[in-house]
Design a protein around this ligand. Structure first.
Ligand code: CDP
Length: 229
């Protein structure tokens, strides 16, 4: 039987990390975990509780909320994929809303949030045979991952891809709004004090500006084969 490994995929927002990560996980029969969905779920909970004041999170009750919050993934046969759950409720669509996108990087910069979610992510990775994507997977969550990929793409191409995705869901946003959100999140993600987005020293870079998913799979195939025999 092939050796099971951990694959860590980090990179900028809307680079197609999750599409790529899912394709690798499917090919290998691995578990795929979208760590961004976990930050989005916490953000949704804080928005629902009205805990943002002038764009800042009121932190007094945060610790108890983080202790109570239950984030998971369950298989949805109608979508033929895993969906994110928050305290048992499927929130897959709500966490992709522009409102959550506009607040998530602020929430992800809060140290207590990161400590709690990293703990959950490591728990999920214990058995190996996992592909996880995010911002700090190769640097903080799984520094010993056998394969680390750092993804990037031109911001304009990224905004076009995200706009198409949002339009397919009938969400009414403009190209400029999407580009602004991507650039703001890139800035916050790279400049925060805790676990900023950066390439791990031992990560391989994948710029997919002009690549299809199939081309990306060809690119990764040999590496995966070598690491799993
Ligand atoms: O889908 P997209 O790549 O735009 O973002 P995402 O993966 O859903 O992540 C949403 C946000 O969560 C990011 O912009 C980061 O601020 C934060 N995040 C993080 O800080 N660390 C992670 N491991 C994953 C996401």
């Amino acid at each position: 039987m092939n050796k099971k490994i951990v694959i860590a995929i980090d990179g900028f927002s809307s680079c197609g990390k999750s599409t790529f990560a899912k394709a690798i996980a499917n090919r290998l029969g691995y578990l795929y975990i979208d760590s961004g969905a976990m930050y989005r779920a916490v953000t949704l909970e804080l928005l629902r509780r009205g805990l943002f004041e002038d764009g800042v999170v009121k932190t007094s009750t945060l610790d108890s909320i983080l202790k109570e919050i239950n984030i998971g993934f369950s298989f949805d046969s109608s979508r033929n994929s895993y969906v994110t759950t928050l305290n048992g409720e499927v929130v897959e669509d709500e966490i992709r809303s522009p409102q959550v996108a506009n607040h998530v990087s602020l929430v992800a910069a809060i140290p207590a949030v990161r400590t709690r979610l990293v703990e959950l992510q490591r728990e999920l990775g214990k058995m190996k045979g996992i592909v996880m994507d995010g911002r700090d997977i190769g640097t903080v969550v799984f520094p010993d991952a056998e394969l680390k990929i750092f993804m990037t793409a031109d911001p304009v191409v990224r905004a076009q891809r995200r706009l198409k995705e949002l339009q397919e869901k009938d969400l009414n946003v403009t190209f400029n709004e999407v580009l602004k959100n991507i650039e703001e999140r890139d800035y916050i993600d790279q400049n925060r004090d805790v676990a900023p987005l950066r390439k791990a020293d031992d990560a391989v870079v994948l710029d997919n500006t002009n690549m299809t998913v199939e081309e990306q799979m060809e690119w990764v195939d040999d590496m995966v084969k070598r690491l799993t025999v």
